[in-house]
Design a protein around this ligand. Structure first.
Ligand code: FE2
Length: 296
């Protein structure tokens, strides 16, 4: 194990800081990016993941798994796959390269991010609503998915920038956390040869067995191998602790797509206090009320 792998990654701090943070978020200026390509359904080309983990595989009990219309909502993790062909990835990267200029510093989970990406990019907005896209992703996960109705949280561009003097600095890593979202796809956007470190890792046990302090040599820690831009994984973000190891050099960008299953609306894991530190108190109040009125 190299030095940086041995660094103990902290668990996210969700104390009163989250409350204070919710007052601090500036209201973003929303403007669609210019000259982006037009989304086309023919870009969709799904490959099969090599590994599929279910909730039961890591110790969740049968009674913790929801069902509807004969469908079991038990997919926990899908290892690396691709969902766009080469042309589609090229277009997506052209879009995210423009979006990158709009990222803002964050003191929450990652160093820099852009939330509510659908508001800035018609390409990504159209992709997230494409019937073929939703159908194929839903088939992979096993339940019906739509783009998450809380648009500020549905698509997020994350960016880590290496600051080698402070390997355990929040700008350099993502602390161990659970997502508010149930159905999360993580897409690598950067060329892996352009950065060092920054591996995505997860804790392969029931979320209730996650310790307060995780030793870097804990055998439940698994490293996800993403090899090129466009490589994607799925995880039940709300049920699987995950983190990003310190970035040693370069910059690392990922696009996070979060989905919602309308027949299982009552089991959506989002909480107000997970969203408020990210989007600000007032915008979250508005988003939350609309969401709850529509689906509950
Ligand atoms: Fe996450």
């Amino acid at each position: 194990m190299s030095n940086f792998e041995a660094i103990e990654i902290p668990k996210i701090d969700k104390s009163w800081r989250a409350f204070v943070q919710s007052f601090r978020q500036p209201k973003p200026v929303i403007q669609k990016i210019e000259k982006e390509p037009i989304w086309k359904s023919r870009y969709i080309s799904l490959t099969k993941p090599e590994e599929i983990l279910t909730l039961v595989d890591v110790g969740y009990k049968a009674e913790e798994i929801n069902q509807y219309a004969g469908k079991k909502d038990d997919t926990l993790y899908l290892s690396k796959f691709r969902f766009l062909n080469e042309e589609g990835i090229e277009k997506l990267l052209a879009v995210t390269n423009q979006l990158e200029k709009l990222v803002v510093p964050s003191s929450y989970i990652v160093g820099h991010w852009l939330r509510g990406v659908e508001k800035y990019s018609q390409f990504i907005c159209d992709m997230m609503r494409d019937r073929k896209f939703l159908k194929e992703l839903s088939q992979m996960v096993g339940v019906s998915l739509i783009s998450h109705p809380i648009q500020d949280a549905a698509v997020v561009l994350n960016k880590l920038i290496a600051s080698p003097k402070k390997l355990d600095n929040k700008d350099n890593l993502a602390a161990w956390h659970l997502d508010g979202m149930n159905y999360v796809f993580i897409i690598l956007l950067s060329e892996p040869r352009m950065f060092e470190g920054g591996e995505l890792i997860y804790y392969r046990k029931h979320k209730n067995l996650f310790p307060n302090r995780v030793s870097s040599s804990d055998r439940a820690i698994h490293t996800i191998n993403l090899e090129k831009p466009g490589d994607t994984i799925f995880m039940r973000g709300s049920h699987l602790y995950h983190a990003v190891r310190p970035l040693i050099s370069g910059e690392r960008k990922t696009l996070i797509l979060s989905f919602f299953c309308p027949p299982l609306a009552e089991f959506d894991s989002n909480t107000f206090w997970h969203l408020a530190p990210a989007d600000g108190l007032i915008p979250t109040l508005e988003n939350w009320i609309k969401f709850k009125w529509s689906f509950h």
